[in-house]
Design a protein around this ligand. Structure first.
Ligand SMILES: [Zn+2]
Length: 488
């Protein structure tokens, strides 16, 4: 593979602590790694052989930046955006989840999950993501789709025990075994794939699975991820469940089920007192303003979390599948929320979408910024085709760079990359995928989505489901016969 030179970048958009915003420099990549970042004549002088034989990408009218990290997504859930037809009822989260989430999971065949996951990954990558966390229900197939897309992946095989799908009948012990098997087979963060331990949510999964899962994450030195304080109904019911322990958060903290190995999705119902306590654990929180705003009607108190030193990453979840849209929403919604701490700094969304996401998954020594010796996950946007990015100009760099973070974050949503490099490999070039057949992949996913609602409606009209309840959500382990559950 030839070295690659991102030459004379109009902007290199990095964070202040990682070199800030510079203009006119070039980035030399050899193999999987960034070799150097400097002015072309300096690079030519120091790396003459590499520079001479490099494949040159003219970036004199391009913004070049670290690949974005989508820290929470469900690539197989994209069709579920149609579940809104049935109606969203977050006042009764458990029954709502059955028809709008569990049934759509159960409807998925291996083939449908592969096609929908691949098309969704393709959009996320097209919009700038190079690392994607994928919480998923059929992990072996999801893994294949993730590999095919070329992404740097974080595979999160979902474990939930209160329900079971028609096409997936693992009991709670078998679920743990499956996660452990997947870690053995695929967990290799240095080679583009992490496998994390994933408990779906605290109210639909046995506590023994949470405990064993966290121990497993410790044992294999990987992360433990879970949905956390996403719905107010769930928090109220969980608090009732643990009323004698002083509420659910008290219970989980007392039992050390929230640690610095945890990556908590959403946190949108956390109070300031809760946030203070979470901050002490060292857990990361992943902000998903898109799905929180359009589905749940809530919004995590991110300015306060940042003030308290919590590491905040950013996810597109299964909403827009565009991290830049999540960045824009992060910049915007906290100015509107009627709270004491308002707004975030202009570079906070980019930080959340790059280095903080990398930190959450312990990948920050590999990716999340553009620095020599880091893996080459690099994206570029072509300004000559981007009147939407006006007036992002170089002449203001020496006066105030925050305006440039602001303009990029507010205006780049929905804009595809011209180039995407992942692990030193060009995935997109000149605005097109280099190997993937975008039209074919998207067409297949549309076909599945077209079939989903008629199939689901047909089932529901016969009073049948694609999933079944194993025990009531919001049930404590001590109310259940765990041995009996193993035979169900
Ligand atoms: Zn989620």
């Amino acid at each position: 593979m030839k070295p690659i030179l991102f030459k004379d970048c109009k902007f290199i958009l990095s964070l202040p602590e990682h070199g800030g915003i510079v203009s006119g420099k070039s980035i030399l990549v050899d193999g999987r790694y960034i070799v150097a970042m400097d002015h072309f004549d300096v690079l030519y002088h120091e790396y003459e052989t590499l520079t001479k034989k490099a494949d040159v990408i003219d970036c004199s009218n391009k913004i070049v930046m670290p690949g974005l990290i989508d820290s929470h997504n469900h690539l197989c859930n994209t069709h579920m955006n149609l579940s809104r037809i049935i109606g969203l009822n977050y006042d009764d989260i458990a029954s709502h989840m059955m028809t709008t989430v569990h049934d759509p999971y159960g409807w998925l065949t291996d083939e449908a999950l592969y096609d929908i996951s691949l098309a969704s990954a393709l959009n996320d990558i097209k919009q700038g993501a190079t690392t994607i966390e994928n919480s998923t229900i059929i992990p072996e197939v999801a893994y294949e789709a993730m590999r095919k897309s070329g992404m740097r992946g974080i595979l999160a095989p979902q474990m939930a025990t209160s329900f079971r799908l028609e096409n997936d009948d693992l009991n709670w012990k078998e679920m743990l075994v499956r996660t452990e098997d997947l870690i053995h087979k695929y967990h290799d963060p240095d080679n583009k794939m992490s496998v994390v331990v994933h408990v779906h949510d605290l109210w639909d999964t046995l506590e023994v699975v949470m405990r064993s899962g966290l121990d497993m994450a410790e044992h294999y030195n990987t992360q433990y991820v879970t949905h956390f304080w996403e719905f107010s109904d769930a928090v109220e019911r969980a608090d009732k469940m643990f009323v004698q322990e002083g509420g659910a958060l008290n219970h989980y903290l007392k039992n050390e089920l929230i640690t610095d190995r945890c990556v908590l999705f959403h946190g949108s119902c956390l109070t300031t007192a809760d946030i203070d306590r979470i901050a002490e654990t060292g857990a990361s929180i992943i902000h998903n303003p898109d799905i929180n705003g359009t589905n749940c009607g809530n919004c995590a108190y991110i300015p306060y979390m940042i003030k308290k030193g919590i590491n905040v990453g950013l996810g597109s979840d299964y909403g827009s599948l565009d991290v830049k849209t999540a960045m824009k929403l992060m910049l915007l919604v906290h100015n509107i929320m009627p709270r004491k701490e308002k707004g975030v700094s202009a570079d906070a969304p980019l930080r959340a979408a790059t280095i903080s996401g990398a930190k959450a998954y312990k990948l920050d020594h590999l990716v999340g910024s553009l620095e020599p010796n880091k893996l080459a996950d690099i994206i570029a946007f072509d300004l000559s085709a981007a009147p939407n990015l006006l007036p992002l100009v170089t002449s203001v760099i020496e006066y105030d760079t925050s305006i440039l973070y602001f303009l990029f974050t507010r205006n780049a949503a929905g804009m595809p990359t011209s180039e995407t490099m992942i692990d030193g490999k060009m995935i997109r070039r000149d605005g097109k995928f280099t190997e993937l057949n975008e039209q074919e992949i998207v067409a297949k996913a549309y076909e599945w989505c077209d079939r989903f609602i008629p199939d689901l409606m047909d089932r529901l009209s016969r009073n049948e489901h694609y999933a079944r309840s194993i025990y009531r959500d919001f049930t404590r382990d001590d109310e259940l016969d765990l041995e009996a559950l193993l035979s169900m």
